[in-house]
Ligand binder design. Structure first.
Ligand code: NDP
Length: 246
């Protein structure tokens, strides 16, 4: 199979690490960003034990200049980015009438504006080379809304609007653009939710449990594969049946 260069943002987190593992096992060259040196070194060491070499580059997805610099370093080391997974994300939950402007902006910048910041420096080379795979990691809560998450739900829904526009603009260039919308997955993000709230969430999931990061990674590996060339502008819900809408 063709080996590609893949950039997965937020690769030091639960879902991002699983995606990197899947793409690396498919033979791709993998890179991610980090903000915390110690976390990056721990992740690199863990991957090395599994025989996976990851290029870790400093980068804050909220900052366009930082993203441009990160992409250029990756290109220099591994070649042009051919697979991009916009995965980095955060939550800052509170009901809207109590939400501060910084809480709104941090979430919109990290989840949605990051899609501009990271995709913009890679899109030209994908168009020139006539091959690319871009996947946004959105969320079930961008589909159905969520009490206390007006910032996050707005940003995550916006990511799919980005996907379907980019898919239209780039289909002729061999570039597919899709969204994956996970339900609740047992990573740090969800384990930070109080246990009694988590139990209530699990009770709403027909499959009866939280998702596993690998279950998201498996779908990303599928969508970024050579054979997925006719899937573009799609949104893949992976949520144990928690939400069965679009
Ligand atoms: P984690 O909190 O485990 O990981 C988040 C990752 O994003 C970390 O590597 C973090 O790095 C990185 N990150 C956050 N802010 C920035 C930034 N400004 N610049 C660069 N990197 C940043 O979360 P998950 O793995 O659970 O989530 C991954 C994605 O999946 C997110 O987009 C999330 O919204 C989405 N998702 C998760 C669900 C879940 O149930 N877990 C459900 C639905 C969607 P750092 O260590 O530097 O903060």
């Amino acid at each position: 199979m063709t080996q590609r260069t893949a950039l997965v943002t937020g690769g030091t987190g639960g879902i991002g690490t699983a995606i990197i593992r899947y793409l690396a096992r498919q033979g791709h060259r993998v890179a991610t960003n980090y903000r915390d040196q110690a976390k990056a070194e721990a992740m690199k060491a863990m991957m090395a034990q599994e025989g996976i070499e990851v290029l870790l580059v400093p980068g804050d997805v909220k900052d366009p200049d930082s993203c441009e610099a990160m992409v250029r370093i990756i290109e220099g080391a591994l070649g042009p980015v051919e697979i991009l997974v916009n995965n980095a994300g955060i939550t800052r939950d509170t009901t809207f009438h109590k939400m501060t402007y910084p809480q709104w902006m941090e979430v919109v910048n990290t989840n949605l504006n990051a899609c501009f910041n990271v995709t913009r420096p890679v899109i030209e080379s994908m168009r020139t080379r006539k091959w690319g795979r871009i996947v946004q990691i959105s969320s079930i809560n961008g589909q159905k809304g969520q009490y206390g998450q007006a910032n996050y739900a707005a940003a995550k829904a916006g990511m799919h609007g980005f996907t379907i526009s980019l898919a239209q603009e780039n289909a002729k260039f061999g570039i597919t653009v899709n969204t994956v919308s996970p339900g609740y997955v047992g990573t740090d993000m969800v384990m930070a939710v109080p246990e009694e709230v988590r139990e209530k969430i699990i009770a709403q999931i027909p499959v009866g449990r939280l998702g596993k990061p690998e279950e998201i990674a498996h779908a990303v590996a599928f969508l970024t594969g050579e054979e997925a060339a006719w899937i573009t502008g799609a949104n893949l819900s992976i949520n144990g049946g928690h939400y069965m809408g679009w």
